[in-house]
Design a protein around this ligand. Structure first.
Ligand code: COI
Length: 355
């Protein structure tokens, strides 16, 4: 695809840049933001002119709907710099489509392509120095929309703000990731908002994840709410399980986020000789495979986390450590996927889009 461009953007440039004060080698995920952001307001049924302006706090009425009813959605994307200094996005059309699906589910207005993708293109041109070369360096892109309409009546807002902020990032997780398989709390239910990238899907996980953290686990792997027998997704990632030499991952559903990294792995893995099956994955089969030694790997996949191996899992207070293998499927997939993202390998899928 070619990225939409738009000339209909007002640009107000920051008078100074923070870039020289940033230690790009020691970044904590999502804590430093670039000099500019894109803002576009929706009023009276229309999107106003987008503005790229200095990154700064918003002033908002305390009765704004987002504060009371959590009408808020977001996306996660990354920009990569190749060895020739060109900047690339990975499947941005997928994020744009998913954002608008989330908007529909949350009774929010869809954002036009020239605002979302055209605005992002322009913002990245302005912030290109913030995208550092070298594998592992990225500029994390956080588009989001909040309900800004005033009044605490519990109904959809008629005013919204769409915004894109950018944050230089390296790894999301530092150190080993161990998980607890949920047998009581749920992330999502049929008919709910699990497939939307809605803010509340994440805050609803904070309490059970905090309980997991207290026991020394970084994440929860969510199971289906009705029976807690099927493995669905981890808090910030989709999950893959390797039993013998096949990878298994749950099909997407109303309860599972349709992850861009997940769907890319499902397409990519067979091309490097790894068999993938998309089918319901039972807790019982994973516990059994862990016991009989056929469970070789579990890894999470997501934009922020990329491909993140899981060291072990706990289920109903029993901990199962995963074997420490050489040349894992996770490392082979990560290598091949990131080679495409950084333009170090041919992109035969047509996933990468130049800024
Ligand atoms: C992403 O991978 O971009 C996500 O949305 C996860 C985020 C909650 C850090």
């Amino acid at each position: 695809m070619n990225l939409t461009t738009t000339s209909n953007i007002k640009i107000v440039t920051a008078s100074t840049s923070k870039i020289n004060s940033v230690d790009f080698e020691n970044l904590t995920f999502g804590t430093i933001f670039t000099d500019h952001m894109l803002v576009c307001d929706y009023n009276n049924g229309v999107w106003e002119q987008p503005v790229i302006q200095p990154y700064e706090p918003f002033t908002m009425d305390p009765s704004s709907r987002v504060f009371h009813y959590g009408q808020a959605i977001f996306e996660g994307m990354k920009a990569y710099k190749d060895t020739y200094d060109a900047i690339w996005l990975f499947r941005p059309d997928e994020n744009f489509d998913r954002f608008n699906k989330s908007a529909v589910r949350m009774a929010m207005p869809e954002v036009p392509e020239d605002v979302f993708l055209g605005g992002l293109n322009r913002l990245l041109e302005i912030e290109k120095e913030w995208v550092k070369k070298g594998k592992g360096n990225t500029l994390y892109i956080r588009p989001f929309m909040i309900a800004t309409g005033h009044g605490v009546v519990a109904s959809p807002s008629s005013q919204y703000r769409f915004c894109i902020i950018l944050s230089p990032a390296k790894a999301y997780y530092s150190g080993e990731v161990k998980v607890i398989i949920a047998d009581y709390y749920s992330r999502a239910a049929n008919g709910g908002i699990g497939a939307a990238k809605a803010a509340g899907n994440y805050s609803g996980q904070f309490y059970p994840t905090k309980l997991a953290n207290e026991k020394g686990f970084q994440q929860v792997i969510w199971t289906d709410d009705a029976t807690h027998t099927k493995l669905e997704e981890a808090g910030t990632m989709n999950v893959f399980f390797r039993i013998n030499d096949t990878l298994y991952t749950a099909p997407t559903s109303e309860r599972i986020l349709d992850g861009v990294t997940r769907k890319s792995i499902v397409e990519l893995a067979p091309t490097i000789g790894i068999n993938v099956e998309v089918r319901p994955v039972l807790v019982s089969e994973i516990v059994e495979a862990a016991k009989n030694g056929t469970l070789k790997e579990i890894f999470g996949a997501g934009t922020a986390a990329v491909v993140n191996p899981i060291a072990g899992f706990s289920y109903q207070d029993t901990y199962y450590e995963l074997p420490k293998l050489e040349n894992t499927f996770a490392s082979q997939i990560k290598e091949n996927l990131t080679n495409i993202q950084y333009k170090l390998a041919e992109d035969t899928f047509g996933w990468t889009v130049k800024i």
